[in-house]
Design a protein around this ligand. Structure first.
Ligand code: 5AD
Ligand code: SF4
Length: 491
């Protein structure tokens, strides 16, 4: 039974007098289901995007359909992220924008996600027209909570953690939002407590879904035409911890690799400390596992890594990268880095730049350190000045920009397998897709190719995308020699 069954909103059912009268002259009734609209504004990572999808599936059972126009919404949800920047400010300004919809249309307004988890009742206190605050573990309760608001006018704050992991349960989609690709959560939460990071406090401790549920979901998605799945978790490498079954992440990948119809598997995020040899080997053994890993390093300085509580050194990180490249020479590596962590001196920053030059990441997400209330690092006193942080970020981004472009240029002339996703945003004649290494490729073609794997010769590299040409059918077999394990599935 789906988790939402039995929680249908009473107000969705309006009992109307029937047109016809019964023999006795007593008016009979018929039930008309009133459809409502929900608008969700989503901030943050893929996990949040996926939570939004899950909320939409859940609310469909309560007859709330998605709208992209807030003005016609009966329910407005802001799904928030608090990992960086000033998330509370964003939330308050979004709430300010929707206040008039409460006044004009009586829309229900709620805040979900990490800021909801962190701020809880404070949000209700500060925003009198806010109806609900839904923490990260409370998503499955949403239909019930809506009933309380609709019927009893209650204001709700639900931010308890659920040790049973019911929040991980999902309703199988009847229609994936994106037919080609889909997210699947395999675990949530984190036990690492890096000193700068809010995630363990707002997402809770690591909790894995059973492999049976995950496989069932992926199989279902594949049957619905999904070709690529993106497995999500704050630390996918710890998948399986705490489950009764004998399973770990590489084993789960092996089982997913066998699912018929599915063409590609990706995952995020991996912690370098937990990246096992078994997982590294999976990149050469599992044909569907794409040659891309996102492996955040955060800093190249051992002193800073220690203060961050990361559990590895610069050298051990570099060794893992070497190993990955030995096993899978064409693997693309992307990463996250923080500059200006408390105590970061010029020589620490130089170590970070040195690591970047040595690894030559395909892409890098770089952030200025920003203290998170409640984390250990927020208490550290040796803060780095804002101007220094900004200067370091600019230097780093300039260096990485050059490397990213060079890495893209190295692909020029090669034939890459591309999964076609749809029209390109850049030109009306072009379609777009991604290589197995997760690079965007734009090329001429038509929409019939959506969902297909096609060989595309890369003709030009740009900083954030590639341009290419479909390889004509008659030259496909001999030309497809790009080092990735894919040519037999070209269509
Ligand atoms: N300040 C800056 N960046 C942060 N990240 C996480 N917490 C912080 C913080 N307090 C970055 C890390 C992480 C990514 C998701 O966000 O690089 O990998
Ligand atoms: Fe945050 Fe560290 Fe856990 Fe990643 S591993 S979610 S950075 S605590």
């Amino acid at each position: 039974m789906g988790v939402n069954q039995g929680y249908r909103s009473f107000l969705s059912y309006v009992t109307l007098p029937s047109q016809s009268f019964g023999e006795s002259g007593i008016i009979t009734h018929k039930t008309v289901v009133m459809e409502k609209r929900v608008y969700i504004e989503t901030y943050g990572c893929q996990m949040n995007e996926h939570d939004t999808e899950r909320i939409l599936r859940l609310l469909a059972g309560s007859h709330y359909l998605e709208t992209k126009d807030a003005q016609e919404a009966d329910l407005i949800l802001i799904n928030t992220c608090s990992v960086r920047e000033k998330p509370e400010h964003k939330v308050y300004s979004a709430l300010g924008r929707y206040k008039w919809l409460k006044e004009k249309r009586g829309a229900i307004i709620g805040v979900a996600g990490c800021v909801a988890q962190q701020e809880g009742d404070r949000l209700l206190d500060r925003v009198p027209y806010l109806d609900m605050v839904i923490g990260t573990h409370a998503i499955p309760m949403l239909p019930q909570l809506l009933q309380k608001i609709e019927f009893f006018g209650q204001r709700i704050c639900e931010t308890g953690f659920d040790p049973e992991g019911n929040y991980l349960k999902t309703i199988l989609p009847q229609k994936p939002l994106d037919k080609v690709k889909s997210y699947v959560t395999i675990m949530q939460g984190c036990d690492h407590f890096c000193s700068y990071c809010i995630v363990p406090y707002v997402r809770g401790r690591e909790k894995s879904r059973s492999s049976r549920e995950i496989i069932e979901e992926v199989r279902h998605l594949a049957e619905m035409g999904v070709k690529e799945i993106f497995l999500l978790g704050q630390n996918v490498n710890s998948y399986g911890k705490g489950l009764e079954e004998e399973i770990n992440f590489p084993k789960l990948l092996r089982r997913i690799n066998e699912i018929e119809g599915l063409q590609r598997i990706r995952f995020t995020t991996s912690h370098p400390k937990d990246l096992s040899e078994e997982l590294i080997q999976a990149f050469s053994k599992l044909p569907k596992l794409c040659e891309h890993i996102h492996l955040p390093f955060q800093s190249g300085s051992d002193k800073i890594l220690k203060a961050m509580h990361r559990g590895y050194t610069k050298d051990s990180y570099l060794e893992k990268i070497d190993r990955l490249k030995e096993v899978c020479p064409f693997i693309a590596v992307t990463s996250d880095v923080i500059v200006g962590f408390p105590g970061e001196e010029e020589k620490d920053f130089e170590e970070t730049l040195d690591l970047i030059r040595k690894v030559r990441f395909d892409d890098l997400f770089s952030f200025k350190y920003s203290p998170r209330k409640g984390t250990r690092a927020a208490q550290f006193t040796d803060k780095v000045e804002e101007k220094v942080k900004q200067d370091r970020l600019s230097i780093l981004q300039e260096i990485q920009g050059g490397i990213t472009l060079q890495k893209n240029q190295e692909i020029e002339g090669r034939v890459e397998e591309v999964l076609v996703e749809g029209w390109s945003k850049q030109s009306e004649k072009d379609i777009t897709g991604r290589t197995r290494t997760n690079k965007i490729v734009n090329f001429e073609g038509d929409l019939e190719l959506v969902g297909k794997l096609v060989p595309v010769q890369i003709t030009k590299a740009y900083p954030h995308s590639l341009r290419g040409e479909i390889v004509p059918t008659h030259c496909r077999l001999q030309d497809v020699d790009c080092g990735v394990k894919s040519s037999e599935i070209l269509t």
